[in-house]
Design a protein around this ligand. Sequence first.
Ligand code: SAM
Length: 270
Amino acid sequence: MSNKVHLGHTARKRFGQNFLTNESIISRIVGAIAPDNDHVMVEIGPGLGALTEPVAESIDQLTVVELDRDLVERLESHPFLKDKLRIHQGDAMQFDFSQLRQDGKKMKVFGNLPYNISTPLMFHLFEFAKDIATMHFMLQKEVVLRLSANPGTKAYGKLTVMAQYYCQVVPVLEVPPTAFAPPPKVDSAVVRLLPYEEKPWPCDDVEVLRHLCTTAFNMRRKTLRNNLKTLLSDEDFASLDIDSSLRPEQISVPQYVAMANLLCKKQAQI
Ligand code: SAM
């Protein structure tokens, strides 16, 4: 049998389907997620239920968002899961997660994400950060390194700044390709994202921060002054005590937020 067929389902590449099969890794991930009834538990991409089954075992209800109609059908008729699941068939990138918050309970969101959309999906979820207590995601290891990077390193970039603006980032475990069927071409890792209750460096307009980061990291080998010359002047950098001759990856998250807030002020004056 081809290794693309797992539990009678042919894995669909376009949906990023790599199903977890390693029991010890599955139980470590479930331990990290720490399912409970005090949160609204939400899984993105339950697939064939590798995480869904052990998570659902210890709780009353689990909400899942799954794009693949065939997999949704299987979940709907699953002997043990069907009574516990609230199934939303559709694209998690378009999904309004705020509708899931109930009785003041925050969400715990988790998933072995389709790697082809994991970054835009995380950006989408950051919009709901205030309703989310924890997120646990299986990602490409390289993406986990970017999320958790420190300034001054190669992995530090726009994704780092945006993720660390919203969340505390904690790498949890590394996962080899052999833990999946079919095995992905890259190494994977699980990350824990903990959205801040109170942001340590609040930004007046997160869209401005996002635009600033895109522009700043546009050319990583150029200086900050060069990349941001259409947005900030030498006087602006001086007023923030930021050395604009540095490279974009040498600038900390609070410094990016300070630049974004100054930009907001300048735009308000126009
Ligand atoms: N959770 C399962 C596991 O660990 O074995 C499956 C993980 S597989 C990497 C990704 C899952 O996300 C698949 O079930 C796939 O159909 C689903 N998926 C892909 N794109 C999606 C999207 N845009 N919205 C929701 N689910 C999606």
